[in-house]
Design a protein around this ligand. Structure first.
Ligand SMILES: C[S@@+](CC[C@H](N)C(=O)[O-])C[C@H]1O[C@@H](n2cnc3c(N)ncnc32)[C@H](O)[C@@H]1O
Length: 245
């Protein structure tokens, strides 16, 4: 996606921070960008702030000692789901989010539920607080659409992944071009609508960042918006950082 037609990134970031700070303190999620599939085994406090659009963790093959990082983790629903799978494998899950109140809520849930193999870090996807080549799998659930500079986001994911590491991401995808009036609306951007890429734009950015083996794992109609000019889908995709890169 080019920068044409959308608001200034600083304005978008403010709208995102305001929306997700409110979501973090609500007892139940109110968002139009909600919900991923049910993960009833994870702590109820994380479930009640489920704002995703898919279930990326359900596609991950877990291995001994693995480190998984979930980007834009919100209240931590996917981090806790991954941590449950990783506990017997001596692995760990790290959640990253840019909203202070989301990180505070996720940390509280972790401590109240005695999770010892999770960590939550405040930070932005465009500048990940993670060392290079230390991560086996990156997941993310309904967040990439919110990032103004998506090439930078994929380059950061590439940097932190080990060679042979992969990402499994669920996101909102535009099946037809998002009209300019919606692209320019910071509130609609924060609701996971305006920043949706097309599949072609997504593939081009992944290729430019160095990823290979792009695969669509799930593609379903996203009908949580009533705007007639929008045709959105929830798509879960996979891509690999090649070995020897
Ligand atoms: C739609 S919510 C999804 C939350 C979570 N993944 C889930 O499934 O419930 C988007 C989350 O991404 C975070 N976020 C938005 N832009 C971000 C960025 N550039 N870097 C890190 N986190 C970001 C927001 O603070 C919010 O918690």
């Amino acid at each position: 996606m080019t920068n044409a037609g959308r608001s200034d990134p600083t304005v978008l970031k403010l709208a995102i921070d305001s929306k997700y700070s409110q979501e973090a303190t609500a007892s139940k999620s109110s968002s139009s960008c909600c919900c991923g599939s049910d993960r009833s085994e994870v702590p109820s406090d994380a479930q009640s702030v489920s704002l995703g659009c898919g279930s990326p963790v359900s596609y991950v093959s877990f291995r001994e000692g693995m480190t998984l990082v979930d980007l834009g983790c919100g209240g931590g629903i996917d981090v806790f789901a991954a941590a449950d799978k990783l506990r017997p494998l001596n692995g760990k899950a790290i959640g990253i989010d840019s909203t202070i109140k989301m990180i505070a809520r996720a940390r509280r849930t972790a401590s109240q539920n005695n999770y010892t193999n999770v960590e939550f870090r405040l930070g932005e996807i465009e500048n990940l607080p993670i060392e290079k080549e230390t991560v086996d799998v990156v997941t993310s659930n309904c967040v990439i659409n919110l990032v103004p500079d998506k090439l930078r986001a994929f380059q950061e994911i590439y940097r932190v992944l080990k060679q042979g590491g992969s990402m499994t991401i669920s996101d909102i995808i535009a099946k037809k071009p998002v009209p300019d009036r919606i692209k320019k609306d910071p509130e609609k951007w924060s609701e996971c609508v305006s920043g949706a890429l097309s599949i072609e734009e997504l593939k081009a950015l992944l290729l430019e960042s160095g990823f290979i083996d792009f695969k669509i794992l799930e593609d379903s109609k996203w009908d949580k918006t009533e705007d007639q000019d929008l045709e959105l889908a929830s798509v879960t995709f996979y891509a690999l950082k090649p070995k020897g890169s």
